[in-house]
Each structure stands twice: as structure tokens, then as C-alpha cells.
Design a protein around this ligand. Sequence first.
Ligand SMILES: Nc1ncnc2c1ncn2[C@@H]1O[C@H](COP(=O)(O)OP(=O)(O)OP(=O)(O)O)[C@@H](O)[C@H]1O
Ligand SMILES: [Mg+2]
Length: 252
Amino acid sequence: MIQSEHLSKQIQRKEILTDVTTTIPKGKLTAFVGPNGAGKSTFLATISRLTDYDSGEIYLEEEMIQRVKPKQLAKRLAFLKQSNHIALHITIEELVGFGRYPYTRGRLTKEDQRIIDWAMEKMTLTAIKQRSIHTLSGGQLQRVYIAMILAQDTDYILLDEPLNNLDMKHANQLMHVLKELVEVDQKTIIIVLHDINFAASFADYVIAMKEGKIMAEGETSKVITSTCLSDLYDLPVTVHELEGQLICTYFK
Ligand SMILES: Nc1ncnc2c1ncn2[C@@H]1O[C@H](COP(=O)(O)OP(=O)(O)OP(=O)(O)O)[C@@H](O)[C@H]1O
Ligand SMILES: [Mg+2]
């Protein structure tokens, strides 16, 4: 599990995270939801040690995250940022291979290649693995970045809006891959989602953030309610139950 205790962060005297205390459960799929600017990406970046904070503490399985050596952290936790730009002329396979860097420092073994092949297969990239990343569509490139994160083979996988640019089929396929990683391989997955229906259908646990604070958290059915989501987004949201699934509508 990852715990944050009284975590606060200011940027240019503006409070971005305020007293964030939460426990992200191990071995579950946790979705972060909430409006633009709520602090979701900043929170994920702090728990990945990509950005610092002013006060509070973060623990990765009871160990203060500041005490975990960066090399060790890269073998335990992978983080896909909301936007990624790599200006290199490399193939899909080579970029996915970057995920193995914490283990290999560049020299790939047969086992590394097996994991790279597995990650490309999971993201349906095998048939185009020799294509240069510059030739890919937005959704194809997003899938390559996700495959790179999967190739890192960490217990904790943090994905900031991974459904960006993905069509319905590939979004759905990714969520099933993540669910399988949780249920079969006991991975802990933390994902920022704007499509509330994906959170409703796939998450075990939901953390709702607004204005730098946690507004609600708990098992999915506790947070995915009309009242909670309407408050969160300042928008009338209705939650229905359809074929055993929670479905949110907000188009009126
Ligand atoms: N480097 C920075 N300089 C100034 N303000 C920043 C910086 N990084 C983040 N912020 C501000 O912090 C707040 C939280 O940003 P953050 O990116 O964490 O939000 P978010 O919940 O991920 O939003 P979105 O859903 O739009 O991605 C925003 O008001 C943002 O403008
Ligand atoms: Mg964000």
C-alpha cells in the first residue's frame, strides 16, 4: 500500500495539495477522479518522487519513500505521466525496451526480451513493433508508452489518464489488462480517469479529489453515487444500475 499523511504542497504560494491523508490499498485497482486542476497529477507525481512537497510524509509499504533508493524505486513503482514526448528516432520495440532499463542498464537478456514481447502483445503492438514511433497515431503511441510501463514489471503501476487518445475498444482492452494484472499478478494499479464510467466499471477503490483535497474515498459503490459525483464536478450526475453495472449520465 501507499500512504500519504498530511501531505501539503504549494507552488508559487498557491496551495496545490492540502493535508492529503489517504491509504491506497495494495493489490487493488484504485481510480483517482475529480475536476481539472484538482491536484490528481501532482499527487501522483509526489508519491512517485517526481516532485517534492512541503510537509507531510509518504510511505511505500511502511517505508518512508524518501528513504527508498531511486534505483530500487524504479523496480517497485512505474509512473506514466499525463503527457509524454520522446524526440528519438526509435522503434516501438526499442521504446518498450526502455522499461527494462532499471534492470539491465541497456543490455537485454532473453528474459528481458520475453517481458518486452509480453508487454507489446498485451497492448496489441506485436504486428507493428518495427515501426518508428514518429509514424504512429496518438492512440498507438499511447499504447506504446503503456507497454513500456508494463515492461518495467513493478508491483505498483501508476497511470495518469492512460485512456487519452484510445478508442472504445482499446480503452476497454487496457482496463481488462489492468484488471487481470491486479487479479492474477497481485499488482497494485493507480489510475487517473476522466471517464467516470470506466472508474465505475473497473475500479475497486475510488479517490475523489477537488481543490487539492480528498473529497471522498472508498469502495467504488460508495463514491460513485449521484450526490458525491454531482458535488465533485458541480454538475448534475445520475448514477443508474444497468446489467449489474453502475452507469453515470450527465448530459441533461
Ligand atoms: N509547475 C506548476 N506551476 C504552477 N502551477 C502548477 C504547476 N503544476 C501544477 N500546477 C497547478 O496545480 C493545480 C493542480 O494541477 P494538477 O495537474 O495536479 O491537476 P489535475 O487534477 O491533474 O488536473 P487535470 O485533470 O486537468 O489533469 C492546477 O491549478 C495547476 O495549474
Ligand atoms: Mg492531471
